[in-house]
Design a protein around this ligand. Structure first.
Ligand SMILES: N[C@@H](CCC(=O)N[C@@H](CS)C(=O)NCC(=O)O)C(=O)O
Length: 242
């Protein structure tokens, strides 16, 4: 995919087309990637509008008062927060379900995603220190160990079973950024997390994931310049597809 345009301060909001689902995203955002993956897995047609999250267009706060991506828009409906957008899509487009039908198993999946979410601040903080903060690294490793245990308990190729589901898509964008972000230092994920490594290999090869993986070089280039006047939203060529 060529470099993507990101709307920034001063640029006009593109007109919304009636009945067409729109996703406000940002090419390098792992949260928005959750929504993009669920859209792809469910083969839902949508219009992609990327937002420059460093120099946000004024109109974006009408779409999301927190100014965060992702946001979904359909006619007069606006849905924010990555996990809420994913759940909305799962209910509004019930083909290719992302959760088990059983209410208890579904609750278990949601709890797992919620607990994973607790590790995200440690992920970002550890990445900022290139994995050199031992306490953060230990916290993050504890979360990775609990993922390994969950894979062991489930005994399935993906968390959802024989194909990826909500748990897989919700955690993947963060897991595959571990090496490029250096959140676990230069050693990365310990080899002892055998099932997690196997899951990563399976995910990398999966038809929905494979064409949408953001290359490490692109992620590193983006994060090196993010939140600086030299932010590179529109300049980085990526191979990933919508
Ligand atoms: N809890 C939000 C977090 C989304 C988020 O932090 N997105 C980042 C981009 S990766 C963002 O929009 N940052 C803009 C800002 O912090 O102002 C969600 O799950 O959607």
């Amino acid at each position: 995919m060529p470099a993507e345009h990101h709307f920034k301060t001063g640029e006009t909001l593109p007109a919304l087309k009636p009945g067409v689902l729109r996703l406000y995203s940002m090419a390098f955002c792992p949260y928005a990637e959750r929504t993009r993956l669920v859209l792809a897995a469910k083969d839902i047609d949508y219009e992609l509008v990327n937002v420059n999250t460093y120099k946000k267009p004024e109109w974006y706060f009408d779409k999301n008062p927190d100014g965060l991506v992702p946001t979904l828009e359909l006619d007069d409906k606006l849905i924010q927060e990555s996990l809420v957008t994913c759940e909305y899509l799962d209910e509004a487009y019930p083909d290719t379900p992302m959760y088990p039908a059983d209410a208890y198993l579904k609750a278990r999946d949601k709890l797992f995603i919620q607990r994973f979410g607790n590790s995200i601040p440690a992920f970002y903080r550890s990445a900022k220190e290139k994995g050199k903060n031992e306490e953060l690294r230990t916290t993050l490793l504890k979360h990775m160990n609990s993922i390994e245990d969950e894979l062991q308990n489930r005994g399935t190729p993906f968390f959802f079973g024989s194909s990826p589901g909500m748990v897989d898509y919700a955690i993947w964008p963060f897991i595959y950024r571990i090496p490029s972000s250096m959140a676990l230092g230069s050693g990365g994920l310990p080899e002892s997390l055998v099932l997690l490594h196997q899951w990563i290999d399976r995910m990398r090869k999966h038809e929905i994931i494979a064409p949408r993986i953001m290359e490490d070089e692109a992620l590193v280039e983006f994060s090196t310049h993010y939140r600086t006047p030299g932010s590179r939203f529109d300049e980085i060529q990526t191979k990933s597809v919508k």
